[in-house]
Design a binder for this molecule. Sequence first.
Ligand code: ADP
Ligand code: MG
Length: 890
Amino acid sequence: MVIINDYYRISSEEVVEKFNSSVEKGLTIEETNKRLNEYGKNKLPEPEKKNPILVFLSNFNNVLIYLLMVAAVITALLDHVIDAAVIFAVVIINAVIGFMQEGKAEEAINGIRKMLSLEAKVIRDGNLSKINAEDLVPGDIIEIKAGDKVPADMRILKSNNLRAEESALTGESMDSEKTSEIIENEVVIGDRNNMLFSGTLITSGKGIGIVTATGIETEIGRISKMITGVEKITTPLIEKINGFGKSLSIITIVLAIAFFAFGFFIRDYELVDMFLATVSLVVAAIPEGLPVIMTITLAVGVQKMVKRNAIIRRLPSVETLGSINVICSDKTGTLTKNEMTVSSVVTFDNTYEVTGEGYEPEGNILKNDEVADLENEKVLSFLIKTGKLCNDSDIEKRDDSLWGVVGAPTEGALITLAYKGGLNDIPEERISSLPFNSANKYMVTLNVIDGKKYLLLKGAPERVLKFSQYQLIESGVNSISREDWGKKIEGLAEKGERVIALAYKEWLDGEKLDPAEGSMDYIFLGITGIIDPPREEAMAAIQECKEAGINVKMITGDHSVTARVIAEKLGIGNGNGVLTGSEIEKMSPEELKEQVLKYDIFARTEPEHKLRLVEAIQENELLCAMTGDGVNDAPALKKANIGIAMGIKGTEVSKEAAEMVLADDNFASIVYAVEEGRTVYDNIKKNMIFMLPTNGAEMIVLMAAVLIGLTMPITPVQILWVNMVTTITLEFALIFEPMEKKVMTRPPRPKNEPILSPYLIFRTAYVALVTGLLTFGLYNIFHGNGESIAYSRTVALNMLVLAQGFYLINCRKIHDTTLGEGFFENKKIFYVIVILVIFQIMITYLPILNAFFGTVPLRSLSWIYPVAGGVLIFFLVEFEKFITGKFSKM
Ligand code: ADP
Ligand code: MG
């Protein structure tokens, strides 16, 4: 069997034959195993791992490192061998740290990508089953339907209304019709209308095809040899910070030149000393660790979101999440459990209560509190049969011995009802069907019952009523009483039940399946009320959104009364009532822009309305998240600031369009992601306000000394030491800072808010100044009291480092005091401080480090000063927070 690529030019029968397959039975399991060995997994080769040595070397590829290297060489030439060695060591240690951090962030992100694997419905050994798309082999027969992503290249064998969008391959964004017809001439890929290509999307209809190529042999595989699929771990914010870092570097270098010139020419420092001081100024000023820390913060946040079932597909959305103003959520399945149970059936003459919970087929149909006898309830039993036959779903007992639905929950409820009525085994002979869709809101099948052909209809009650002219009552058929039915429908909806109406008619030869094109003379049978309990977590999450200034809107195809009642239970709504799809349709964009803010509940909507709602919300300068699951939802998901697809019931098309996928389809997971998004942003900010002042303080110490013309209170290699030990300890701790209790009590962050507000710039300057002065001051006090330069420098060095240790604790909260609740929550803070102290004891007392860094052992009493200085800084910052907190409340 040779793989060719012009299967489109031979008949479908011939293709099946060439692959030794069979349309009905598929391949045998044995054969598929053999072929899997021969052709390999159906996946594209992972982008080649970058050579770790190159990755390591790339860490040396930055201006700062070059500068340090040059400095090391010059220092060596100037006979300062020890200083040169220290500089080299620092450069290498920094590169190692960078290398490890980069690997960590990348690993975290890649793991998440793998979670979104693709499944395929395949026929093997005559059975239809779902398998991982990676296990497909050439010759497999697969079923495909609207919303799917094509898992391999395939030749179409059967199609029904099938259309596919192939922009991934051809760049053409319009979808095109797909059939099984043979094409005689050679044509380009975009015109091979009897083929489906891996990675493209099915936009409507369904079909069956045979796999002709897998993995790297597919058309997309051929292309992907040219593209490397690795997405860089970055977001606009990180880019901005990178840019900020670059401008800072330039400013620093200009400053450094001036500093050098001033020191050398005006203050007459030695060339070597001044050169080294300048290099250390540059090292002190550039926050080289910042971009890496940001990236890791982002990766840690994304991982936390995954643990809570929110999978981020595009990293920049992590930032957007924190600014979301409006969340538009589907009702069914996202705010509710999607565990549907029929609780009542209403015919023209009677009302029946149905007992039992969930899909479990245990329970009774009661009439006036007694079990109804279906032999005598003609209308009821025909209604239940219609619900069973006009149905594409089923229920099954799961491994955990709970009953679940295979297919649509609404339909599963009707199957359970049939079991409860003992009508689950009725013979079924279906000729054709028109499946349910959210735009039409009904489904029709053509069945043979007792030798006669009937059209069976079920759907939203208004639609079904519109198609009905008669009704079935106990005494026979008469013309329909629309008003009575209207009241009965409202009655069920008032209880928050999802209402489904059922109707039937005898099929006239040649009659179209779609009642909208047919004779509209159905016989109405009655309605069922289905309960779908709200998710408890969703209620709590909605409450949380209210406090967080996020507006939650509910969107549903359900009846407006049902929608209102469920919304009330959930805590959604502002008392302004419900806006319906048909009302939206009548509005101009300007009107909708205004109205969209008034309403929180949208009912009887169609998927297209979601796009209009997103646009209207965005017109109001608000950022909007929108959920969706179907093919028709994709445009709205793309347009929304955060499109959210459902991991369980969502189509591949919707996932492809989304920024985020919910593994559990649960509204609460969205809110968690928002919380985490806000936390990531907070932690990025905290890292900045931690790192900038510490760099600032080091600069102030050096510049103050040169300006005044004193000996440097701290030597260049000591500055390098400070940078190194804080990088491997303190800078890691804030990444893990847990969510602040308050994250969800403040309004969303304005979307263009600069990361450093004027207030935070003030904070940075304040801390830098205090720390710088303390360090500078202590050096001079000690030296003034007759201590040696080395001794005074050792005190100053410890002051500088301990100040950072204490200030780290301040930074755990931006505006509030760190003292109090949650003080011990992030233990890493204290671990790193302990490690830092050990480092300081080592540099102070270990003779070898003394030799390298020019430090000397301190008498224990001398420690009082740097420790007291650190405590002072801590309280000064807490005091400042307190004062500004008071002022900002005035
Ligand atoms: P939702 O936004 O709640 O998911 P849908 O668009 O799925 O709304 O459903 C809208 C209405 O269509 C429901 O209230 C119900 O009356 C009807 N309906 C839902 N599912 C089916 C189905 N499988 N067959 C027929 N009618 C259905
Ligand atoms: Mg639905």
